[in-house]
Ligand binder design. Sequence first.
Ligand code: F6P
Length: 534
Amino acid sequence: MSRIWDQLDSHHTGVKDRSILSLFDQPNRAAQFSAQLGEMVLDFSKTNLDDEGLALLLQLAEASDVAARRDAMFAGAPINETEGRAVLHTALRDLDASVVVDGEDVIPGIKATLDRMDAFAEDVRTGRFTGQGGAITDVVNIGIGGSDLGPVMATLALSPWHDGPRVHYVSNVDGAQIAETLKGLDPTTTLVIVASKTFTTIETMTNADTAKVWMATKVSDPSAQFAAVSTAADKTAAYGIDPSRVFGFSDWVGGRYSVWGPIGLSLMLAVGGPVFRRFLAGGAMMDRHFQEAPLAENLPVLLALVGIWHHQICGYPSRAVLPYDQRLARLPAYLQQLEMESNGKRVAMDGSDLPRVSGPIVWGEAGTNGQHAFYQLIHQGTGVVPCEFLVAAKGFEDDLTHHHQLLVANCLAQSEALLRGRSLAEATAIMAKKGLTGAELDRQARHRVFPGNRPSTVLAYPQLTPEVFGAIVALYEHRVFVEGVILGINSFDQWGVELGKELATALEPVMRGEAGTEGKDGSTAMLVNFLRRA
Ligand code: F6P
């Protein structure tokens, strides 16, 4: 293993200064450095990878036992070793499989819950289930992290199919969010979903309590308009939610991987069961590809290897996810949890220090908005940010195809600009044409130089249908998995979120003035005193 890492390092040293554009002298480069699944194509030819680099990365994947770890995951082995759990979000979308955990096939239970969700969603959508004031007009999903980001992203992504009640999301414990959300709603026609895997998350439970008080202002039995999604049936019962409106799942579904099951209830209420199942089918299609395609043609594996190349080998600290698809505007936020909570670790599975840096910083924004904000840095800043573009061949606004053509042109132009750049000679010629000469020409031209040679990938797909959307989300899930396996990380725990939670719990009574700041560092004590004054 370490030999392959060393070979990759020396390969990089040998090629790091070459022109990526020159690699296109090889006529079939674009075809060779891209991979297809159905009509979806991942083009990674505008990176500095060549045959040798890719071969070494594939060797790394082989030597890391990616295929065996993948098979263990799908089979329900307890690969989340620090929590002693299987990792089976894939089972939520492969309803024809048989997956045995602790001697029991889990698929019948998944199907039964999905059917219950379907029936409940239909009841709400058709007005059979009502609030005290009549048919449900609004759904408020209260959850945070994985109990929010996936459904939020998916509800926007599948908005062309949104024909159910309006859906609102409340995640932040900042009262501003729940207050602003509930302000315009009628408690008598609102359904509240409390979505929390553990049903203990302080932000979610605080918001749920507030929603209950709000509902009680107009509704005699607020709990009757509450549903819950959780692994903790005892806690949902103690909260007073009738079991008929509680949708459970097992601890082998990680929070950030949970949109495929009951945590997706708000999405199902918006788009209906059949569309939700099409989303699942898209994820299952990517699962099959991930399981069956050779590593060298496997989209999640290739995307992971490009990620490893850019972060662990080239040393680029972050990657930008840039969907030229407004309906994927929340994908970057979703991926921040998926990627950084999964692979932002410092020790390997066995507790030893990681020999390499772990996962990168992930950020991004929908195109073209980003172009008018941070692309300046991407093109001319001193650091390199590998960019991952996503774009559809077709939008949904049939009378606005000129918008879509402009959108696609911008996406491809950005990728091309990053590759080509603009040399000093080109910039000088442009400014000379404008009449500049001498030192001023030189000065102005230098500001207009684009170094180029900056890597990007493009994921292109026909249209953001439920199937394509499901496939994209599963693609990224498996990409994170493969990167985690290669780095020796447990991608399925998240101990790094614990300390802040503990300290916040301890600080709450201090903020209420019921405890002092003894033992606190000087900065925290000063800030407590400043903020308590208000
Ligand atoms: O932030 C930590 C975390 O545990 C995430 O992993 C999870 O998605 C989120 O909190 C919410 O947890 P729960 O669904 O249990 O409320």
